[in-house]
Design a protein around this ligand. Structure first.
Ligand SMILES: Cc1cc2nc3c(=O)[nH]c(=O)nc-3n(C[C@H](O)[C@H](O)[C@H](O)COP(=O)(O)OP(=O)(O)OC[C@H]3O[C@@H](n4cnc5c(N)ncnc54)[C@H](O)[C@@H]3O)c2cc1C
Length: 389
């Protein structure tokens, strides 16, 4: 039985491990967390609707169900040419015929980032957002600023959707507590039209929602730094804030820098349509770690990470059997998300042919919640998987 090692036990790594096991490979997942963190449903942690435990699944449970091995350790470097992965505790690790890199992305560090919390960073930050929000609620008033930044070297690494979701959820949370009138909420981003990759309809509807809910905006101003009590912009203006939630754009993981793997300018691993790394026929990269190809509005998303993961399991199996019917990811590049607002959601879909945004009051919120339940149960094979999910 050929051995495949998957680096990273996130959304992409777990999906790859499950599908590689279905193809009868001997699979090891190496990850620095002993759980998969389901980022898309972590948006409810700041408002206390979910705990960190609710949005995680222990890797040991998944491993027991599907028969893969888990090593909880930190990847400190990769020497691709000699087929070695260096782990913090284990040391040099070479027990694989194929390597699948699914380490996710790192985050850019703007000046003063320590004065912000991100919903897209370490899971503990989501819990801290909840604590800080509760403290403000106890105080009875405050100023909350929520925003996201860009990476000029890779537009696909920008993560704006969750910033909108957290903002709308906090607005809804404060209304439920009858405190909304005592809080100033401001959404900020350096681009003129944040959310543009979701399409023009989405941007328009988002603008209307901000207006209806009385959420101020500061768009098109470069962020210079964060301070304990606010955000300083290039034009010298300051946005006062008691709580700043900021999602920096992504970049490639530091451990990839000296790996010898081909990297994009933003540090992501170059791949072909089959997720294989050029020049390394036994190495694949999937999910947020990989440099995506596609239209300029493309975005790193979980649904695409899972397509890549399933394709890689298929492609390695095909290769082993001497076949040629490899599967590509590029035809699946598109934006697909249910953007939650606490009491409803917007369904956003964009591909090469069309863009749509459908508002789903009330029902949308429960649809997204149901997806979280579906994710957990289907990964444990407790319910059948829907086609393509
Ligand atoms: C708040 C939020 C909401 C989102 N909502 C949606 C949505 O609604 N729809 C959608 O499609 N996408 C959504 N996304 C995007 C989606 O979550 C990501 O695209 C997806 O998680 C990528 O999966 P991944 O496995 O590549 O990376 P990750 O899920 O980040 O997993 C990477 C894994 O690698 C591990 N790791 C990292 N470095 C090391 C190291 N040095 N050594 C060992 N292990 C390491 C990490 O611990 C982690 O387990 C959202 C993202 C966020 C943050």
């Amino acid at each position: 039985m050929k051995k495949v090692t998957v680096l990273g036990g996130g959304i992409a790594g777990v999906e790859a491990a499950i599908h590689l096991r279905k193809k009868n490979f001997e699979v090891t997942v190496i990850s620095n967390r002993d759980y998969v963190y389901i980022y898309p449903i972590s948006i409810w942690v700041p408002t206390g609707e979910k705990t960190l435990q609710d949005v995680s699944v222990p890797l040991a449970k998944l491993a027991g169900k599907h028969g893969f091995r888990v090593i909880v350790d930190e990847v400190v470097s990769i020497r691709a040419a000699e087929g070695t992965v260096v782990l913090k505790t284990w040391g040099d690790y070479r027990e694989f015929d194929y390597l699948v890199v699914a380490l996710g992305a790192s985050k850019l560090k703007p000046q003063g980032a320590a004065h912000t919390l991100s919903i897209c960073g370490e899971p503990g930050e989501a819990a801290m957002l909840h604590e800080r929000l509760e403290t403000l609620v106890q105080r009875g008033q405050g100023q909350i600023a929520i925003g996201f930044g860009g990476n000029p070297q890779d537009q696909s690494a920008v993560r704006g959707g969750p910033a909108f979701e957290v903002m709308f959820n906090i607005d809804h949370f404060l209304r439920r507590r009858r405190l909304r009138q005592s809080f100033d909420l401001t959404f900020f981003a350096p681009m003129e039209s944040p959310g543009a990759r979701m399409g023009t309809k989405a941007v328009k509807k988002m603008g209307q929602m901000f207006e209806t809910l009385g959420i101020s905006t500061r768009f098109g101003r470069k962020i210079v730094r964060f301070e304990p009590d606010g955000v300083v912009f290039e034009d010298g203006s300051v946005l006062a804030s008691d709580l700043t939630m900021f999602i920096p754009a992504g970049a490639g993981q530091k451990v990839l820098r000296d790996s010898g793997l081909p990297l994009s300018t933003a540090g992501f691993i170059e791949i072909d349509d089959y997720c294989q790394v050029p020049g390394f026929d036994h190495i694949y990269a999937i999910g947020d770690s990989a440099a995506m190809r596609g239209p300029e509005w493309k975005a790193k998303q979980g649904h695409l990470a899972e397509v890549m993961a399933r394709n890689v399991a298929h492609n390695i199996a095909v290769r082993e059997s001497g076949g040629q019917n490899f599967l590509g990811y590029e035809e699946h590049v598109g934006i697909l998300c249910v953007m939650d607002s606490g009491n409803g959601a917007a369904y956003v879909e964009r591909d090469a042919r069309h863009e749509k945004m459908i508002l789903m009051p009330f029902f949308g919120h429960w649809l997204k919640k149901s997806w979280g339940v579906y994710y957990k149960l289907s990964k444990m094979d407790k319910i059948p998987r829907l086609p393509g999910m």
